[in-house]
Design a protein around this ligand. Structure first.
Ligand SMILES: [Zn+2]
Length: 102
């Protein structure tokens, strides 16, 4: 059946699974320095089985106007985006008390 959530069986427009899953993610954000002193922002703790990490990565890259990837449940954005990342995650429906910026 098209447009039905496989988890709760409701039509996608009524399904709250993604919204609930987002609020429950415990997100850690930290900076890592790579070769040549290049900084990357790592966003960890999001369960890729519950949240579409690829589309979240694409949105964050667009908002931060930077490059980035997602791999093994970790989103990596080029540059230091700690200042903005919390607001961007809140706008996406994540819960501020579960976002830990280091
Ligand atoms: Zn659902």
């Amino acid at each position: 059946m098209p447009g039905t959530c496989p988890k709760c069986g409701l039509p996608e427009e009524l399904c709250m699974c993604q919204a609930i899953a987002k609020e429950e993610q415990r997100i850690k954000v930290r900076i890592e320095t790579r070769k040549w002193g290049r900084e990357v922002t790592l966003i960890m703790g999001i369960n890729p089985k519950e949240v579409d990490l690829v589309s979240l990565t694409t949105k964050l890259k667009n908002k931060c106007a930077c490059g980035g990837t997602s791999k093994d449940g970790v989103i990596e954005l080029q540059g230091d985006h700690r200042q903005r990342i919390k607001d961007l995650l809140l706008a996406e429906g994540y819960d501020s008390s579960n976002i830990n910026i280091q």
